[in-house]
Design a protein around this ligand. Structure first.
Ligand code: BG6
Length: 490
């Protein structure tokens, strides 16, 4: 990383679900990277907690294997891994009984004065049990926080219930609802781009912007998550959280500061201004898709239903939406959204297309004048690209050409691209909630999503088939082309 590394005060991170997939793939590698950068101070501890019976040593071995498997080549440093593993502890606890809680308390009591964070990397169904046991065992100190992972509900009613359950034990300023998209480098850069430059903000409105596209395409399929995914689908899994958060950062008014409440107040206003989609317009404004057998990364892959092993399902693995924001700044500017599994490649980007110039002074020989586009690439190859029209170099006549000012962050800064969790995990310790979702934001997002889900149900809108390895169903292309526009091709 090229940014300045500021060590954080010592903490105890208790990871419930400490032997689970998220801990293994994301949380342990992220914390290890913070160790590598010298950000963890003594006597910081990471305490894995789950039902399995492991000793501290066995947990350290588990972490060592996780790092070997999930770090990139060259990142595994035996001495640093050893130092990191020395910070690891393990307690076997049961969310549903008293088993293990005394042991956890004894361990935590050794560091009462430290910042204490509880990370719930477990199914939301046991968020309540864990929160209550944390309270009943008197584990909440004055510098305690709790981190919860999505899904926060599967509709508004269940989200309200979950927020109430956690809210009975923790105050809102102690609750960190994580949306890892907010920790992505380019997502934060979106705020830098908008608010640290004089250039864009005056143009950032319906007078100058024609439309916005947000694409989050994945090449992976179900990845052994059938149980969860088939009940969720792409709208709940990706749009209600990640994509709406991206949309908010593009569309929000300028907050007075980067202070958490200021930023979240502005995002909330965007969510509340989203134009309602319900049974009266759902077929026109949304597309549902489900992948069929095809090819991905050069090899044949199964269709969704085959992955479900003969299951019957109308769950969408792709969703396309034409959204609009009913406010002064964005009136009449469509936000085209699409996300899906088993698409042509893993690619996420936000594209801002500016309006055409009002009048051309050039003759036909100059060629077509393309609309300016600002492309913010989230992954892979994070960066920013601004297209401009210039004169084709040379002594000939005036011919115009569309070129790009293209900045890849990796090339420009020769920097490793840090995983989103690295920043977010330590923001919890620093008690900085700017990149976390406030309760009312999550609920406002569901208030917009719920009528869409209900309308799909009522109208029986089918999931259109698309071949794995493509850009989704043809209806998604029609969704934007009907308006005389096309999806951006990188
Ligand atoms: C998760 C979704 O929140 O985000 C997954 O549940 C999805 O289905 C993942 O694959 C995508 O994250 P990223 O960082 O790989 O784009």
């Amino acid at each position: 990383m090229s940014s300045q590394i500021i060590p954080v005060e010592p903490f105890d991170y208790v990871v419930f679900g400490g032997t689970g997939d998220l801990a293994e793939r994301k949380l342990l590698p992220a914390l290890y990277h913070r160790q590598l950068d010298g950000q963890l101070t003594e006597p910081t501890r990471i305490i894995g907690a789950s039902r399995s019976h492991l000793t501290h040593e066995e947990y350290r071995k588990f972490a060592d294997e996780a790092l070997r498997e999930h770090l990139k080549p060259g990142e595994y440093d035996a001495d640093q891994v050893k130092a990191f593993c020395n910070r690891l502890y393990y307690v076997s606890v049961d969310a549903k009984s008293d088993n293990g809680w005394k042991e956890l308390k004894d361990l935590l009591d050794e560091g009462k004065e430290r910042v204490r964070a509880f990370y719930l990397a477990v199914a939301p169904a046991i968020f309540g049990d864990i929160s209550e046991r944390i309270r009943d065992n008197k584990l909440i100190t004055k510098s305690t926080r709790i981190v919860v992972e999505k899904p926060i509900g599967r509709d508004l009613a269940s989200a309200l219930e979950l927020n109430d359950t956690i809210g009975k034990v923790f105050r809102e300023e102690q609750i960190f609802r994580i949306d890892h998209y907010l920790g992505k480098e380019t997502v934060q850069n979106l705020m830098a781009l908008r608010f640290a430059n004089a250039l864009y903000e005056p143009l950032w409105n319906s007078a100058h912007i024609d439309h916005v596209q947000i694409t989050v395409a994945e090449s992976v399929g179900l990845e052994s998550r059938a149980g969860y995914y088939d009940k969720a689908g792409a709208l709940r899994d990706m749009v209600q959280n990640h994509i709406l958060q991206l949309l908010c950062l593009v569309a929000m008014e300028v907050p007075p500061s980067m202070n958490a409440e200021s930023v979240r107040d502005e995002k909330l206003k965007v969510l509340r201004a989203l134009k309602r989609i319900d049974a009266s317009n759902v077929e026109k404004l949304t597309v549902r898709g489900q992948y069929k057998a095809g090819a991905s990364a050069g090899g044949p892959v199964k269709g969704y239903l085959e992955e479900l092993e003969g299951g019957v399902s109308n769950t969408e693995t792709f969703v396309g939406i034409k959204a609009e924001i009913d406010n002064w700044r964005w009136a009449g500017v469509p936000f085209y959204i699409r996300t899906g599994k088993r698409m042509a490649e893993r690619m996420s980007e936000i594209v801002i297309t500016f309006k055409p110039i009002p009048h051309s002074i050039f003759d036909d020989a100059a060629g077509r004048i393309s609309q300016n586009q600002l492309v913010i690439r989230l992954q892979p190859n994070e960066g920013v690209k601004q297209s401009l029209m210039i004169k084709d170099p040379g002594p000939g006549g005036m011919r115009l050409r569309n070129v790009s000012l293209d900045m890849s962050f990796a090339e420009a800064f020769n920097a490793r691209s840090a995983d989103a969790y690295e920043r977010l995990l330590l923001d919890v310790i620093r008690s900085n909630q700017t990149l976390f979702m406030r309760r009312d934001e999550v609920e406002a997002a569901w208030r917009w999503v719920d009528p869409i889900l209900k309308a799909w149900d009522e109208t029986g809108q089918p999931a259109q088939g698309y071949t794995a390895g493509t850009w989704g169903p043809s209806q998604a292309i029609a969704l934007i082309e009907r308006d005389g526009r096309t999806w951006h091709e990188s």
